[in-house]
Design a protein around this ligand. Structure first.
Ligand code: SF4
Length: 217
């Protein structure tokens, strides 16, 4: 059964034009976690991944980091220049703002939460990742979510919200702050910290959204 699923996945990737993935270890379903898969193995797959064109221009993959038992997970769009350089998520100016939000509004440490992105390699010039890139990369994120099992997922920005939910028509300004069902977790979309750097007046909205997160934790 797992082999059939893996074959289907590989055919799917080939139909997108992908040619190879080095040292690929198959994902397993949440029900079959006892088989072998853990976050370290998935991270190794990501490091060796060439499933989409972003592999060619990346310096480092950015898998994600934080508490593996986190109740709260933040999911952004993709790595920027600083993240590409360091291999860590949210380490630039937007990352510093996210850390402040975690510490000053949620009264948590950054190491209490888990932080990841929709795609694990930097799109050139920080462009929005294409649907093909997201389709190739999203299974990694889904496995991270399945293994960490957060109580609450915060989708940072429209790209994150759209690809997590496949609800591509909804604008982030309309949906932000809503508490949505997402498998066993609650999903709360809010603005991306980069948007807040350009639009500081939206900080009050994110503050309100984080108070909802805090209440649900
Ligand atoms: S963005 Fe994701 S799918 Fe594309 S090469 Fe990087 S890890 Fe692989």
């Amino acid at each position: 059964m797992e082999k059939a699923k893996l074959l289907k996945l590989l055919y799917q990737y080939r139909s997108f034009g992908f040619e190879y993935i080095k040292d690929f270890k198959p994902f397993i379903s949440k029900q079959n976690q006892h088989l072998s898969c853990n976050l370290n193995e998935i991270e190794i797959n990501v490091k060796n991944c060439h499933l989409c064109p972003l592999a060619k221009s990346r310096t480092n993959t950015v898998f994600g980091e934080g508490n593996l038992d986190a109740n709260l997970m933040f999911i952004g769009e993709g790595p920027g220049a600083n993240e590409d350089k360091t291999g860590k998520p949210f380490v630039g100016r937007a990352g510093m703002l996210l850390t402040k939000i975690i510490e000053n509004v949620l009264h948590l440490k950054r190491s209490d939460v888990y932080i990841a992105n929709i795609v694990k390699c930097r799109p050139p010039n920080n462009r929005v990742p294409t649907i093909e890139e997201v389709t190739a990369c999203k299974p990694y994120l889904m496995e991270q979510i399945a293994l960490i099992k957060p109580k609450i997922i915060v989708a940072l920005g429209s790209t994150s919200y759209h690809h997590l939910t496949d609800d591509y028509d909804m604008s982030i300004s309309k949906i932000r702050g809503e508490v949505l069902e997402y498998g066993d977790a609650k999903l709360i979309p809010t603005y991306h910290p980069s948007f807040l750097l350009r639009n500081p007046s939206a900080k009050k909205d994110v503050f309100a959204d984080m108070l909802k997160v805090k209440k649900l934790l």
